[in-house]
Design a protein around this ligand. Structure first.
Ligand SMILES: Cc1cc2nc3c(=O)[nH]c(=O)nc-3n(C[C@H](O)[C@H](O)[C@H](O)COP(=O)(O)OP(=O)(O)OC[C@H]3O[C@@H](n4cnc5c(N)ncnc54)[C@H](O)[C@@H]3O)c2cc1C
Length: 557
């Protein structure tokens, strides 16, 4: 279904279609694609990477957090002690059965080496430890608790350890991750073809994937390519935060493609790696596979339309966990809100509020009709306002200020505030009583929040801040898809229905099932992209080149 849409404007292939030949073709040049391309080059393979936009994908827009531990050099410099066992114990709770125990162990054991490898590519890290709980530190801090490490159920199993490695750089650090990777790839001789969209995989008679049909803007006049580059950039950001602008840019891109795009074939002597992101930008697929998540803000680029997954499926790949979407509902910063209680429309507690924002988002969407409010008393609200000044980056400050002023109600009593918000007053009163009683009596918090993070809610006025998951300009819920094609966990080879590798085809990052396909905490997606991308690049490059030597040599596209 999806493929037809992608192929519809491609002109038919004929003898005049340019053919380019290389060893490894990489589709998509975000974290997964760039790491695959660099690694394949390191193995001595010739590599061409295609990207339908400018390159960088969601990776370049991201916060640039990488989940790493087990004793990285950055942790050591910060004086943070971590071990393989501790990181395994934590990640087992997040990763579930998304990958095998052996793969998880490999991921954990190689984590310090991954940070070293990234540093070797020029990615900057810093060991300044963040002293407060936040979803994303301000520009002073680069190592922090980026998941649910401090929550009750987690810390009972393993001591909390800071593993969120934020790439050093101001604001959202994804660009500081992508740029060095792109530069390293270029220095090593990876040929990047931007503005080139893979539309079809080519197979030989044996079923082996031997290349890619793409449509490219490479032959368009320079002026048109400049316009196309600008449209891609605007569509990515600010388009990510203002969907109507993105739609307009995409229409413009399509009109340029209609006129100027030309088909090419890029043949791969050794293998094709798909690192084309997920499918959060494909509304039809989200409605079909994960309808509960239809009201989110697509966290990615327009390239996250599932074309990578669809390409895999076109040659027999199996897509799994397509209903699994990570919905981000962060309540910190301000860190004071860890002490709040989060309730649903019946006034019931939803979760231990110190859990990671995606765990809260998932609980709201799946178990509470997508409706949720933060309850804070007067003292907590004052502290939260004070936190805002010190703990936030500008966009966090704008968002939380808007939530506090435009999307909240106040009341002199719990009953008043519940009625103002339209939630069950009796339920809310009972919940707050149970919460306060547990603190007073020194018994366990009703939802298991660690005692030192709980705060009595007693002083009026009370505030309910609406954090429901719904279309909202003030407080949208960012979402990304976690499902993808099934791959061999030792090689990243794409698997067919019977579990056999599809020869010549590999997938990585959010196109594939990986370490973060069960649940996401900050940094786990990019860490998985690096891990799976390097694995894909290594194995694709190591395949014997059994394509005919008489194939056309690489020509400049
Ligand atoms: C604002 C934001 C903040 C985030 N913060 C973090 C964070 O701090 N830590 C973390 O772990 N995760 C974070 N994420 C999620 C994370 O960025 C992504 O899950 C991850 O970068 C995906 O990497 P990828 O390589 O799979 O895909 P991408 O980086 O999206 O790269 C895919 C590339 O493929 C290209 N492409 C797509 N289809 C085709 C095609 N048919 N032909 C050719 N090219 C194609 C796209 O143009 C794109 O450049 C964040 C995401 C966003 C948007």
């Amino acid at each position: 279904m999806c493929r037809e849409r992608f192929s519809s404007v491609v002109k038919p292939i004929d003898e005049s279609t340019p053919v380019v030949t290389t060893d490894v073709v990489v589709i998509g040049f975000g974290a997964a694609g760039a790491c695959a391309a660099i690694t394949a080059r390191e193995q001595g393979a010739d590599v061409i990477a295609l990207d339908r936009a400018n390159g960088g994908g969601a990776t370049a827009l991201s916060g640039g957090i990488i989940y790493a531990g087990a004793g990285t050099s950055v942790q050591a410099a910060a004086g943070v002690e971590d071990t393989v066992e501790q990181m395994m114990a934590y990640l087992r709770l997040e990763v579930g059965d998304a990958v095998s125990e052996e793969t998880l162990e490999k991921f954990v054991r190689t984590s310090p080496e991954m940070i070293q490898w990234l540093s070797d590519q020029g990615v900057p890290f810093d060991s300044s430890l963040c002293p407060y709980k936040t979803s994303f530190p301000n520009n002073s801090y680069y190592l922090y608790f980026s998941g649910s490490e401090n929550s009750g159920a987690y810390r009972r199993r393993t001591p909390p350890v800071q593993r969120g490695h934020r790439v050093k750089g101001k604001g959202t650090s994804g660009k500081q991750l992508y740029k060095p990777l792109a530069k390293s790839a270029q220095n090593k001789g990876v040929q990047l073809l931007p503005h080139t969209m893979a539309t079809e995989l080519i197979q030989d008679e044996s079923g082996r994937v031997t290349g890619v049909v793409a449509r490219t803007m490479q032959y368009a006049p320079a002026r048109i390519r400049r316009l196309y580059t600008a449209a891609c950039a605007v569509s990515a950001k600010p388009g990510i935060y203002y969907p109507p602008l993105r739609k307009q840019m995409e229409r413009y891109r399509a009109s340029l493609e209609e006129r100027y795009a030309r088909p090419i074939r890029v043949m791969a002597r050794r293998g094709v790696v798909i690192g084309a992101g997920g499918f959060i930008a494909n509304t039809d697929w989200v409605n079909e596979f994960a309808p509960q998540y239809a009201n989110g803000l697509p966290l990615g680029t327009s390239g996250d339309d599932g074309s990578g997954i669809a390409l895999g499926q076109s040659v027999g790949a199996i897509a799994e966990r397509m209903d699994n979407v990570s919905a981000w509902r962060f309540i910190t910063p301000p860190s004071a809100f860890i002490g709040s209680i989060v309730v649903d429309a019946k006034g019931r507690r939803i979760i231990d509020e110190s859990r990671y924002g995606a765990a809260l988002g998932q609980a709201i969407v799946r178990n509470h009709d997508a409706k949720a409010w933060i309850l804070a008393d007067a003292d907590l609200m004052s502290e939260a306002r004070r936190n805002l000044i010190k703990q936030t980056l500008w966009f966090q400050r704008a968002q939380v200020s808007a939530l506090m002023t435009l999307d909240s109600v106040r009341g002199k009593s719990l009953r008043d505030v519940a009625e103002a918000a339209g939630i069950d007053a009796e339920g809310l009163i009972a919940t707050v009583e149970a919460h306060n009683d547990a603190i007073d009596s020194g018994t366990e918090d009703p939802v298991g929040k660690p005692a030192e993070l709980t705060r009595r809610a007693v002083r009026a006025p009370f505030t309910l801040l609406n954090i429901s998951v719904r279309p909202s300009v003030i407080n949208p819920t960012p979402m990304l898809t976690l499902g993808g094609v099934r791959v061999d966990e030792n090689s990243s080879a794409v698997l067919d229905e019977s579990g056999d590798p599809i020869p010549g085809l590999y997938a990585a990052g959010r196109t594939a099932i990986g370490v973060c396909s069960d649940s996401y905490v900050s940094g786990l997606s990019i860490a998985d992209c690096v891990f799976s991308g390097r694995r894909a690049g290594r194995h694709a490059a190591q395949q014997a080149s059994d394509l005919a030597d008489s194939w056309p040599d690489r020509e400049s596209a």
